[in-house]
Design a protein around this ligand. Structure first.
Ligand SMILES: [Zn+2]
Length: 260
């Protein structure tokens, strides 16, 4: 079985602050890159425990290279860099999809580092009237190739969102519980490595139970953003009270949703 793993950084074990999520964070960001490898490699181990024949990992967080090459799992291949092709290297030959390091959609009150694409602009996306975060968007890409999203790790809010969107048979592993957007109760990476490995192994059995996630196309898309970017220290009340603009349009297929 071939497995495609989409990764992000905000839902990785030990990551709680925006400053841990980009190069301007310095040593904190470098530590996050290693934590990312720990979670991802645990998922890869779980895939092989569950019978995988081939695992491909996408370095999906918003900086060109988050993965640490010398820590890469020898059993997996990694798509890194900038200028990803449409479909991110997926094809119909993949059997299962997973999302590691996931975060919940923007405005989720207990969502650690919750956002949808761009946290400084308070971006929110609706497809055919249903608001969706990056979990849903990533699964639409997988669904285009007939790949079901069978496993999600991240904070509790991301896991809840995964169950809402992909159903009860999608295996979820929570690595932290959010108290505020930048405050979480963390499990140790040593603990989450075991949980993620076991979860991914279990998810390898869920291919027949989880349907590929799709929406109707052409899709009506609504995008709401702040007119001016918000500083990270703003409260939800400040963000919600600031001026927003709305853009609406149509996406013809799954591979074009990121160009809107
Ligand atoms: Zn990210």
């Amino acid at each position: 079985m071939r497995v495609y793993i989409l990764t992000d950084l905000e839902g990785i074990s030990g990551v709680t602050l925006w400053s841990q999520c980009g190069p301007s964070g310095g040593a904190a960001y470098e530590a996050s890159r290693r934590l990312l490898m720990s979670d991802v490699n645990a998922a890869v181990d779980g895939c092989y425990d569950g019978g995988a024949s081939h695992v491909v990992v996408l370095d999906g967080h918003g900086w060109p290279c988050n993965m640490v090459p010398e820590l890469m799992h020898p059993g997996a291949e990694y798509i890194c860099g900038t200028g990803f092709p449409a479909g991110w290297g997926m094809d119909e030959g993949f059997d299962l999809g997973m999302q590691v390091g996931a975060h919940s959609m923007n405005r989720t009150r207990d969502g650690v580092l919750c956002h949808t694409q761009n946290h400084t602009t308070d971006a929110r996306y609706w497809y055919n009237g249903r608001e969706m975060g990056e979990l849903g968007q990533g699964a639409i890409e997988m669904g285009h190739f007939g790949i079901p999203c069978v496993f999600v790790t991240g904070d509790e809010a991301a896991c809840r969102e995964a169950t809402e969107f992909f159903g009860e048979h999608c295996v979820t592993v929570a690595v932290k519980k959010g108290y505020a957007r930048q405050c979480a109760q963390l499990l140790s990476p040593a603990t989450t490595r075991e949980l993620i490995r076991a979860g991914a192994r279990e998810a390898m059995t869920r291919g027949g139970l989880v349907k590929p996630f799709t929406i109707d196309f052409p899709a009506q898309v609504r995008l709401e953003t702040l007119v001016e970017p918000a500083p990270d220290e703003w409260t939800w009340e400040q963000i919600e009270g600031a001026e927003h603009r709305v853009r609406e349009g149509v996406c013809d297929n799954a591979l074009s949703i990121y160009s809107f």
